[in-house]
Design a protein around this ligand. Structure first.
Ligand code: UGA
Ligand code: MN
Length: 363
């Protein structure tokens, strides 16, 4: 974990702002930086915080931390860009540790050309299930090498609890913000995860040159072999997604080895009636399509994004999961739960429940 004076400030969300929404997020992180006692530039902030973190780590009494191999210097990767593991957002939180704990320095992401790097874009948002979902997904991703996890929250400020979980899991990540624009938030049917995914695309456009990206919602279920297949995608790859509906599956239809249509419970006039978990895209291919974006249209997020990648011929779509005969990912849903009731502080004062209560996400 480190940065250096020569590191591009690109991992700070301030440098990637491209919409009013993102500007709001950036302002938030800026004010957080100010709170953290940082001064002038992102780079300076990061360096100072790194020092603080190291100092704190040294004096930390938490014996479960293994930091010895983590304080590596920033490295230029094979694609000529400097990569550093600590974004200004992370640094901010590191200097004001949640719940009096010291954050563990995160694993650095230094992409190597082989196997091709994977960028996993995960929208998330505050709710009682959030940390459980991120824990499940994070430990799945931990089985996958050369992977950067872009965790993007639909919120105006980062959550110390999310930082803690991400640090604990130890998968290289960036934790970014992308609040849903207000005009959609008030709607009954909201385009969920769209601002988050577009923020992920902006990150990739600014920072990646090689490899493949995938939209992995925080609540789905993924077989790790899927990641090993998708990382060789040349343009766009697709595969079946198990559904927990009476349709059972959403899948490309393959006839005589070729893409011959789509099977899904709802077609709705879509050219690509596929699930968000059912496709991956090459970074190079995205970079050749500067206008590709995900629309804020409920039900048409995948279709709109895939259409925006045109020109894309059906013959160019690679059919993975053994020519779409296997199910390697599931569109699962966790039952929605109400927020936990408030803890009786008088009755449980002086017990472990006081500490545990601070770990619960209440929406
Ligand atoms: C699926 C798609 O993944 C969504 O892009 C799409 O908006 C949705 O179907 C739809 O067609 O309405 P679904 O499983 O139904 O998603 O919805 P969620 O799992 O609740 O949300 C998708 C992703 O967005 C999740 O990663 C979730 O954490 C995130 N999300 C959800 C937000 O960032 N903000 C929200 O308010 C809700
Ligand atoms: Mn979902």
């Amino acid at each position: 974990m480190t940065s250096s004076g020569s590191s591009p400030p690109s991992s700070s969300s301030t440098s990637l702002t491209s919409s009013p929404t993102e500007k709001r997020a950036a302002n938030t992180s800026k004010s957080l930086l100010t709170t953290a006692g940082a001064t002038t530039t992102t780079t300076t902030t990061t360096i100072r915080t790194t020092t603080t973190t190291r100092k704190q780590t040294t004096t930390s009494t938490n014996t479960t931390r293994t930091t010895s191999t983590r304080g590596t210097k920033p490295k230029a990767n094979q694609f000529g860009t400097l990569v550093h593991a600590t974004s200004s957002l992370a640094a901010t939180s590191a200097s004001t540790p949640a719940l009096g704990r010291v954050r563990r320095p995160r694993e650095a992401f230094v992409p190597v050309p082989e196997p091709p790097p994977l960028y996993i874009i995960t929208p998330t948002y505050r709710r009682p299930e959030q940390l459980a979902e991120l824990t499940r997904l994070g430990y799945t991703l931990k089985h996958v090498t050369n992977l950067l996890w872009l965790v993007i929250e639909d919120a105006n400020e980062t959550s110390p609890l999310v930082f803690d979980i991400l640090d604990r899991i130890g998968v290289p990540y960036h934790y970014l913000l992308a609040p849903m624009p207000a005009q959609y938030r008030i709607k009954r049917f909201k385009p969920r995860g769209v601002s988050n995914r577009n923020r992920g695309l902006a990150y990739i456009r600014a920072n990646a040159t090689e490899g493949v990206f995938y939209f992995a919602d925080d609540d789905n279920t993924y077989d790790v072999s899927l990641f090993e297949q998708m990382r060789y995608t040349k343009m766009v790859s697709m595969w079946p997604v198990g559904l927990v509906t009476n349709t059972g599956v959403s899948s490309p239809i393959v006839r005589d080895g070729k893409l011959n249509g789509f099977y899904d419970g709802w077609i709705g006039g879509r050219k690509y009636p596929v699930d968000m978990a059912g496709f991956a895209v090459s970074v190079k291919f995205l970079l050749q399509r500067p206008n590709a974006t995900m629309p804020f249209v409920v039900g048409y997020e995948e279709d709109g994004f895939l259409r925006s990648l045109k020109p894309l011929s059906n013959d160019d779509i690679e059919l993975l999961a053994n020519k779409c005969t296997e199910i390697l990912t599931w569109h699962t849903q966790t039952k929605k739960n109400p927020s936990a009731i408030a803890l009786n502080q008088t009755r449980y004062g002086g017990t472990n429940l006081i500490a545990i209560d601070k770990l619960l996400v209440r929406s």
